[in-house]
Ligand binder design. Sequence first.
Ligand SMILES: NC(=O)c1ccc[n+]([C@@H]2O[C@H](COP(=O)([O-])OP(=O)(O)OC[C@H]3O[C@@H](n4cnc5c(N)ncnc54)[C@H](OP(=O)(O)O)[C@@H]3O)[C@@H](O)[C@H]2O)c1
Length: 339
Amino acid sequence: MTSTNRFWQLDRHPRGNDFAAALSLREEALAPLGEGEVRVRTGWLSMDAGTRMWMSPRTDGYQPPLPLRSRMVGLVLGRVTESRDPAFPVGALVRGFGQWAEFATMLPALAGLEVVDDGIADVRQHFGALGMNAWTAYVGVKEVAAVKAGEWLVVSAAAGATGSLACQVGKALGARIVGIAGGPAKCAFLRETLGVDLALDYKADDVAAGLAAIEGGVHAYFDNVGGPLLDAVLPNMAHYGRVAICGMVAAYDADAPLPGPARFDQVLMRRLRIEGFFIPDFLERGAEFLPVLRQWHDEGRLAVPLDESEGIENTLVAYDRMLSGKAIGKVIVRVAGDD
Ligand SMILES: NC(=O)c1ccc[n+]([C@@H]2O[C@H](COP(=O)([O-])OP(=O)(O)OC[C@H]3O[C@@H](n4cnc5c(N)ncnc54)[C@H](OP(=O)(O)O)[C@@H]3O)[C@@H](O)[C@H]2O)c1
């Protein structure tokens, strides 16, 4: 049995996207498992924008900052190699919040560890159409933004993992979709692959003017970005519109919150409801969401392209691809695959 483990350590808080200066790949001898712990051989790591906040020193985020010199944390998909919890037997395919490591050691309750179906055609979809980004899209669109058939739904970071799934959840519910993303390739993906009704390139187009063309305004906004895009959307909302605050990726590399929104007055003028939500609060309801997502996935209505990098040593390259917008769809790192 392997006795060494490579893992990424957070040495200092990153500046911007300079992750190489902030994290280092280290090696350790694997320690014996503690009471109740489960060890997983990492098949794939999920690259998630929200984890960027844990790298910052901010203490007012939804998670406390990761202490310096600790292992970087993220979602892991892999097979159990050692277990001191009978609910997670050796060989089971599991997903949970572990470490960026070849072997992730987790306490199941703290890690949100769960056994996932290894009978599906591509188990990587547990990070895709059946993963946390899909659960987030479902909760945000259906419950928080309360989108109904025939309404206009706007989604930002729409060609990313969460955003592309939010567009598809909206479509499955019968809404008309506006996707906002950076660059012509992403907008072509939104139109041609996801079939959105309108794609806006926030790097080239006037987003506020594009939205102003929607008669009566937009009914719901699934916001992944915050910042200037939120200000472009608020004056174009319909009366009694709903804004689901999923993420604020425009501000994650700042060590302080961005000011704003500048157009907060529109919340009153248009009688809007704005609500933030955080998917770990909904983990216990997975059994309710999963069959719906699974059905849409099986029917070909819910899919996400996977942008896969190979090898734990390339984790920072993949992370930068995701955060700096170089990738379309869901960014993952293949560490050991499903060997
Ligand atoms: N609330 C929750 O529970 C929850 C759960 C999962 C994810 N989220 C949130 O969902 C959002 C997307 O996360 P993800 O993991 O799915 O990542 P992702 O969308 O796959 O990748 C991040 C994307 O953000 C866009 N972006 C980066 N900086 C930007 C900026 N300054 N302005 C506009 N767009 C920018 C980039 O797309 P472009 O090329 O289009 O710029 C990039 O592709 C994040 O805000 C994350 O925190 C929230």
